[in-house]
Write a protein that binds this ligand. Structure first.
Ligand SMILES: Cc1cc2nc3c(=O)[nH]c(=O)nc-3n(C[C@H](O)[C@H](O)[C@H](O)COP(=O)(O)O)c2cc1C
Length: 361
């Protein structure tokens, strides 16, 4: 199961399985001198943790993080930072009766084809539990970015056909507690939709929007490492991610050049784009405007409804989740802090890359 690392200079390697003893992350390339504590990382992890609301998986994990290395008196030393999160709620006995049935929408089938085995207990590396390690690493990236005046904030933009009307315009805008919406009205509408989906025992897709404020002009490169290409790679590496957009994204197809082009003007003695239809990039390089990206997530694969499937021998077997098993009606809800972390990791890496290649500022 190759490719467990991400980033070039600010580089993370995640490890561990959903139902193993622990999961974690090694974060390499963090410059020395950054103040970071367990509790700052914990704060971010708590937003992703299961069991924090009726609309996310009831798995009871504290997701308690420990910094094992790379800091001295709460300050990074420049050495690799090892982060550990122990798994607590991993009773897999109820999955035993269905271990031979291929789970629709899960990696069971492709793992068996490719590796000849599948961790039916909790999905192993295919499980979204791995994203907790990304959030922990992302918390360090976010702290690093903040010292450069860059902040990333993600919101839930859409649940099924319910689109949020609220727009995140400044980084100080507060988000609702449960669904990370800009307004309570948006959260109310989305909750009603999620409630309907829960009653049906089904699931629904969603969209997460990430905005990075304070990004300087000049991050990213013009060809293979375009900033949007790096962000797309990062966000599309998330489980259940099905599409990526930047700026107007899919809508840009319906626009005309005269509408979509960002014209330039002088603002505070600096030439800058007047608008931000492009979503903060031009030629693969950040313009100094906010970066705005959206990730579209498919409906959660695990649903309460019975589905058609077969066993490893191809014999027809209906698939039903065991009684009392956990599922999220919409994975996009828990993906909000994860998207934020992935954007932060890309920007921290790009910032350090930029310092390597630029001779003169
Ligand atoms: C934060 C997060 C939480 C998730 N939780 C669940 C879940 O509770 N149940 C589920 O079926 N899928 C969940 N997923 C998605 C699955 O892990 C994913 O769909 C599955 O591994 C198959 O991979 P693919 O959809 O990328 O092809 C979650 C994804 C994310 C990002």
């Amino acid at each position: 199961v190759a490719a467990n690392s991400f980033g070039t200079v600010f580089r993370i390697t995640t490890w561990g399985e959903s139902h193993g003893k622990a999961i974690g992350c090694v974060v390499d390339g963090v410059p020395a001198g950054l103040e970071i504590t367990d509790s700052e990382i914990q704060e971010k992890l708590n937003k992703r943790a299961p069991g924090r609301s009726r609309f996310v998986s009831p798995r009871k994990e504290k997701d308690q993080v420990e910094i094992l290395s790379g800091t001295f008196h709460g300050v990074t030393t420049g050495a690799p930072i090892c982060l550990l999160i122990r798994n607590e709620d991993h009773d897999s006995s109820k999955y035993e009766p269905i271990q031979e049935v291929l789970r629709p929408g899960h990696a069971h089938f492709t793992f068996l084809e490719k590796y000849g085995q599948f961790d039916w207990k909790g999905g192993g590396r295919a499980s979204a539990r791995e994203t907790a390690a990304r959030v922990a690493a992302g918390a360090i990236a976010q702290k690093f970015l903040k010292s450069f005046g860059i902040e990333v904030k993600a919101t839930l933009k859409q649940v099924g056909s319910i689109k949020a009307k609220g727009i995140l315009s400044v980084v100080t805008d507060t988000l609702t507690d449960e669904l990370f919406c800009v307004t309570l009205e948006d959260e109310k509408e989305m909750k009603a939709e999620l409630e309907r989906i829960l009653q049906e025992g089904d699931s629904i897709g969603g969209v997460v929007e990430c905005t990075a404020f304070g990004v300087p002009c000049g991050l990213g490169d013009p060809v293979y490492e375009k900033i949007e290409a790096k962000l797309a790679f990062a966000l599309m590496s998330l489980p259940a991610a099905k599409a990526f957009e930047i700026g107007h994204g899919f809508e840009a197809v319906f626009m005309q050049g005269s509408e979509h082009n960002d014209s330039f003007h002088l603002e505070d003695d600096k030439v800058t784009p007047m608008s931000n239809h492009a979503g903060g990039t031009l030629g693969g390089i950040t313009t100094g405007k906010a970066l705005v990206v959206r990730t579209h997530f498919k409906p959660t694969s695990s649903i309460k409804k019975e589905q058609k499937s077969c066993n490893h021998e191809g014999e027809e077997r209906p698939f039903s989740l065991p009684e009392g098993s956990r599922h999220d009606p919409c994975v996009a809800v828990r993906a909000v802090p994860v998207c934020e972390a992935m954007c932060a990791l890309v920007l921290a890496d790009s910032l350090l890359m930029n310092r390597l290649v630029k001779i003169k500022y």
